[in-house]
Design a protein around this ligand. Structure first.
Ligand SMILES: Nc1ncnc2c1ncn2[C@@H]1O[C@H](COP(=O)(O)OP(=O)(O)OP(=O)(O)O)[C@@H](O)[C@H]1O
Ligand SMILES: [Mg+2]
Length: 375
């Protein structure tokens, strides 16, 4: 009886994911699953299903754009799982307004929610995200359903994240990691190694951090390239990072470290593998990657840096440090730089073989990172 709203940008893979889910349901749940598409013809859905190898006799497909017909299919198939792709393309004659408009979408959702609750049908509604990132225009839908999931992904990467936004009956800060490929979509049980480059030799301009995606710790590499000296204002380009935070880290580095001139040089900073890391905990790794690139000094590849950088160059505390350290240790990292009060000496716990050092400011972090790479 739960009603889930899965929202995502066009082409991110919503239909692909849900077709796979419907297939798995048909295979194992003991009741049929029904996929109603208002956007594609049955043969188009079937084509996708064939490509993904998801054709099961308990998986039913229908192309409908009228609510009454959808309810008719529910009576005929009696599914345990209903996927409605998408809620904006279904309309009901009993209500005014254009299909996809607020009134219609609201009415359709309300009707399906009551049917789902009454008959105990697990229901997944696909919602399109508008340009400004909202589901179905106004966020009217989010109040009507039990669970809201956002499906995110970068156009240029095969990585997809399903993020819990609202959950009436459980934790909402869960993240599911998936990979899109020719044969459809598959889940990534252990995504951590994806966001790293394994170098044979230490190289300047890179530093590893551990980002949190919901409750999941992801070991992530940050790279920086310090470009040519230019007249006027130099370009600062980010990919997967927050540009405002990069600007701040650059200003702090310029001010707090000697030997490093950044104000007249181009700076490029990026994450690896298409992951987006905007949390302040990545500041320290960004700072170290930039300093490492600028000073042409490689940081030890087995080092992770975790911490927010403040305007005076101080390293500030961030959350979930033990969890981040455990994940880094699991992937074989041996040295960690953490904010004051976050190391094992302060918190009493920490991964065994890892050498964890608390650093108070960017300069001492640089100092420790240089020493670790010399060892
Ligand atoms: N033959 C194929 N080989 C590889 N990838 C494909 C193939 N066909 C489709 N795709 C991938 O699947 C993606 C589309 O997935 P899907 O239709 O599930 O997205 P969607 O979120 O439902 O989009 P929409 O909002 O338009 O309904 C495309 O971006 C494309 O990358
Ligand atoms: Mg679709």
């Amino acid at each position: 009886g739960a009603v889930v709203l899965l929202a995502g940008e066009p082409g991110v893979g919503k239909s692909t994911l849900l077709l796979d889910v419907a297939q798995q349901w048909a295979l194992g749940a003991g009741s049929p699953s029904l996929v109603v598409s208002g956007e594609e013809s049955v043969s188009q859905v079937r084509l996708r299903a064939e490509r993904m190898g998801t054709l099961h006799e308990q998986l039913y497909l229908a192309a409908e754009s009228d609510l009454a017909s959808v309810l008719g299919h529910l009576d005929a198939v009696k599914p345990g799982l209903l996927v409605l792709d998408s809620v904006q393309t279904i309309s009901t004659s009993g209500t005014e307004g254009v299909p996809g408009g607020v009134t219609q979408v609201r009415a359709v959702t309300a009707a399906l929610v009551s049917v789902a609750k009454e008959r105990g049908i697990a229901t997944v509604l696909v919602g399109h995200v508008t340009k400004d990132g909202q589901v179905a225009g106004p966020r009217v839908l989010e109040h009507l359903v039990d669970v809201v999931l956002h499906f995110e992904g970068d156009k240029h990467s095969s990585l997809r994240l399903v993020r819990g936004v609202k959950n009436r009956f459980g934790a909402a800060d869960e993240v599911g990691c998936f990979e899109m490929h020719e044969g459809g979509i598959s889940s990534l049980a252990d995504p951590s190694g994806l966001f790293l480059t394994r170098y044979a030799e230490p190289v300047p301009g890179t530093c590893v951090t551990v980002a949190m995606e919901g409750r999941r710790a992801l070991v992530t590499e940050v790279q920086a390239l310090i470009g040519a000296t230019v007249a006027g204002s130099p370009r600062r380009t980010v990919s997967g990072l927050d540009s405002a935070r990069l600007a701040m880290v650059l200003a702090v580095l310029q001010r707090r470290t000697e030997r490093l001139t950044l104000h007249d040089r181009e700076v490029f900073a990026a994450t690896v593998g298409g992951i987006r890391v905007v949390e302040p905990a990545a500041d320290l790794a960004v700072a170290l990657a930039v300093a490492s690139g600028g000073l042409n000094l490689a940081i030890a590849p087995h080092l992770v840096a975790i911490g927010e950088v403040g305007l005076t160059g101080e390293v500030r505390r961030v959350g979930a440090v033990p969890r981040r350290l455990a994940e880094a240790a699991r992937l074989g990292f041996k040295v960690a730089l953490v904010p004051p009060g976050c190391g094992p000496a302060s918190t009493g716990a920490g991964p065994g073989q890892m050498q964890v050092t608390e650093v108070t400011d960017v300069r001492s972090a640089l100092h420790h990172a240089a020493r670790a790479s010399a060892e």
